[in-house]
Design a protein around this ligand. Structure first.
Ligand SMILES: C[S@@+](CC[C@H](N)C(=O)[O-])C[C@H]1O[C@@H](n2cnc3c(N)ncnc32)[C@H](O)[C@@H]1O
Length: 247
C-alpha cells in the first residue's frame, strides 16, 4: 500500500483538505447534500437534550446543525489536525468542541453519550468491531448510534478513472480488506467490507439494528437539475446504519 495515506493524515495534505471541503459544501453537485445528509437528518430525528459524540467529525458541519437543534452537548473527534482546527473554528462561540483522537483509540466512561454519529469515517477503519464495542460501552441505555459509510458496492473496486463516471464496476465484493483509492487528488486507503459485515458487527457488539438505508437521492435537493438527479439514481453511494443500545 505504498503511497497511500491512512485516515486522518490524508486530510492533512493541503490540496486534499481544500479540495475535499470545497466539494463537500458544493450544494447540488455534492452527493452528501443530495443523498447522505437528508437520510441522516431524517434518521437522527429529535436531538434536543442529547449528549452527542461525532466520530471522524471533519469540519463539524453537523455539530452546528445539532447544536442549533438543541442538543445538550457536542464533541467531535477527528484524526486530522487540519480538520480539528476547522471544526473548532466553525464551533467557536458554541459549547461544542473538537479533539484530535483516532477513532480506533476512542473510549469513554459508561453513559457518557446519548447519541453517536459518524459520517463517512468508518470505512477508514480496519476493524470496526472494537470501535462499535467502545461506542456501545459509552452510550446510555436506549442510546443510539447512526453512521454512514461509502457504500460497499463502491469500496469493493476502484476503476482508477478521474473522469465523471458513466459506468461502475463491482468486483472482489466478498474480499474484505484495504483498497488504495484515488480520491480528491490523492491516494487514500479505504477498508472494504460487505453490507452484511456492517450489520453483523453492529449486532455482535450488542446493538439492536433499527435502520438500514441506501440514501437514495432526494428530488427536492436538486434545484430542478434533472440530469444530475438521473445520474445520482444510477448507483448507491452511501450506506446508513442505525442501532440502539437496548441493554
Ligand atoms: C469523508 S470525511 C467526513 C467528515 C465529516 N464526518 C463530514 O461528514 O463532513 C472523513 C473524516 O474522517 C476522519 N478520519 C479518517 N480516519 C480516521 C481515524 N482513523 N480516526 C479519526 N478520524 C479519522 C478524516 O480526518 C476526515 O475528517
Amino acid at each position: 500500500m505504498t503511497g497511500s495515506e491512512r485516515g486522518g493524515s490524508f486530510y492533512d495534505v493541503p490540496h486534499v483538505f481544500e479540495r475535499y471541503l470545497s466539494h463537500r459544501h458544493s450544494g447540488v453537485s455534492s452527493p452528501n447534500y443530495v443523498m447522505e445528509e437528508p437520510a441522516l437528518l431524517e434518521e437522527l430525528g429529535t436531538v434536543a437534550g442529547l449528549r452527542v459524540l461525532d466520530l471522524g467529525c471533519g469540519d463539524a458541519a453537523i455539530g452546528q446543525v445539532l447544536l442549533n437543534a438543541g442538543c445538550r452537548s457536542y464533541l467531535g473527534l477527528d484524526g486530522s489536525a487540519a480538520m480539528v482546527e476547522a471544526g473548532n473554528a466553525a464551533l467557536r462561540g458554541t459549547s461544542g468542541r473538537v479533539e484530535m483522537v483516532d477513532i480506533e483509540d476512542f473510549s469513554a466512561p459508561p453513559s457518557s453519550f446519548d447519541l453517536i454519529v459518524s459520517r463517512l469515517a468508518f470505512h477508514y477503519v480496519n476493524d470496526i468491531q472494537p470501535v462499535l464495542a467502545a461506542c456501545h460501552a459509552c452510550l446510555s441505555p436506549g442510546g443510539r448510534i447512526v453512521f454512514t459509510v461509502v457504500h460497499p458496492v463502491l469500496t469493493s473496486y476502484d476503476s482508477g478513472t478521474r473522469e465523471k463516471r458513466t459506468s461502475w464496476v463491482v468486483d472482489d465484493y466478498f474480499v474484505d480488506g484495504p483498497r488504495a483509492r484515488s480520491w480528491m487528488g490523492g491516494t487514500v486507503t479505504w477498508f472494504h467490507r460487505t453490507v452484511e459485515d456492517y450489520v453483523v458487527a453492529l449486532m455482535r457488539t450488542g446493538f439492536t439494528l433499527t435502520s438500514l438505508r441506501e440514501c437514495q437521492p432526494r428530488e427536492d435537493r436538486f434545484n430542478g437539475d434533472v440530469a444530475e438527479l438521473a445520474r445520482r439514481r444510477r448507483v448507491p453511494l452511501f450506506l446508513l446504519l442505525a442501532g440502539t443500545r437496548t441493554g
